[in-house]
Design a binder for this molecule. Structure first.
Ligand code: SF4
Length: 349
């Protein structure tokens, strides 16, 4: 898949844009001044594969949390700030790797200039994050509602406030909870500028619906070659956002490591408990870094052939399993040894 080439923006040790792969991010949801709680959650997210972590900075009490995160994590930390430019200055001084702030919301040019200077000195990029729910009144009046064009106009207005001070270390997001609006807005803006884009469906919902909406929205854009970093927003434990983001990339064949499990839907030919077997295999391979496809198929008649592009697989028989490699059967094992034998075969690859 050909990706649109965007400018490279360096966020701490992670670069996005250009030819860099799509970075996965999430946001902490503990109270901003709860240092221990945030550090613990951030470590869980880092362990799960989060590559960029964001925290809300609603007031000065969150700054010690920024410092603690910077002292603990090896992944970059982003401060999410609304309205108060002084918080951006403090977060920059505390060593954040990126600031999410909309310059149009912080008041006079002097304030914007102060934030720009602080970011320029420390090479801190700024993400402009436009959301359908918080568009400027004039833009809403002009377009009547939060249309894709309205979102793009708002984003480009904020961009112009930074460019005025020669600042171009910019990332843009233009999120909506409506998938069609979000997709159209990102497509539009990707034709109008080359800043890297942070993809997301905002207020996507609870885990199941949120993953479905994010998969459609983020997935459609990634298939278009659009998007440099992504956040799957879920009303759930943020670790679930990382799992979902990785799975979206896996589903698109854009993951850089990790196993893709393919499994059949089962039918009248299935003679083993394939549903549980597939779940167990998927769980057993969660931490495996090998970039492979593993198939879990319900029958020996069609399984190995249908999954011949899998690196390794198992097809269920009557009380047994046939382990196959690239469609060729290599071993017959008893049903209670299927997982053990399959994992051994994965290990041997
Ligand atoms: S692989 Fe076999 S069991 Fe699975 S759906 Fe196809 S025919 Fe049915």
């Amino acid at each position: 898949m050909k990706r649109k080439t965007t400018r490279v923006v360096q966020i701490g040790k992670i670069a996005i844009g250009g030819n860099h792969r799509v970075a996965i991010q999430s946001m902490l949801n503990k109270p901003a001044d709860d240092i221990q709680g945030n550090v613990k959650q951030a470590l869980e997210l880092e362990q799960a594969g989060c590559e960029i972590i964001r925290l809300a900075v609603p007031d000065r009490n969150a700054i010690p949390t920024v410092t603690a995160l910077k002292n603990t994590l090896s992944i970059p930390v982003v401060a999410d700030i609304h309205f108060d430019y002084r918080l951006a200055l403090e977060a920059a001084a505390a060593g954040v790797d990126k600031i999410r702030i909309n310059p149009g919301n912080i008041g006079s040019d002097d304030r914007v200039h102060a934030v720009v200077k602080a970011c320029q000195q420390r090479k801190i990029p700024i993400r402009i994050g436009v959301n359908a729910g918080s568009l400027e009144k004039e833009i809403l009046t002009k377009y009547g509602s939060a249309t894709p064009q309205a979102l793009v106009e708002s984003a480009m207005y904020h961009v112009s406030l930074l460019e005025k001070f020669d600042f171009d270390d910019i990332v843009i997001s233009i999120k909506s909870s409506r998938v069609d609006t979000m997709v159209a807005a990102y497509r539009l803006i990707s034709n109008q500028c080359s800043y890297p884009l942070h993809l997301g469906v905002t207020e996507a919902g609870t885990e199941r619906m949120g993953i479905i909406k994010s998969s459609i929205g983020i997935g459609s854009l990634l298939l278009d070659g659009i998007g440099d970093t992504m956040r799957v927003s879920l009303t759930a434990d943020p670790v679930r956002e990382i799992t979902a983001a990785k799975d979206i990339l896996k589903g698109l064949g854009m993951h850089h490591s990790g196993v893709v499990v393919v499994s059949c839907p089962t039918c009248g030919r299935t003679k083993i408990d394939l549903i549980h077997l597939a779940e167990k295999v998927e769980q057993a391979l969660v931490g495996c870094e090998k970039n492979i496809r593993v198939a879990v198929m319900g029958c020996a008649v069609n399984g190995p052939g249908e999954a011949r592009d899998a690196d390794i697989g198992v097809a269920g028989g009557d009380g047994c399993g046939l382990i196959f490699k690239k469609g060729k059967i290599i071993k017959k094992v008893p049903e209670d040894k299927i997982i053990e034998e399959l994992l051994k075969s994965v290990e041997a690859l």
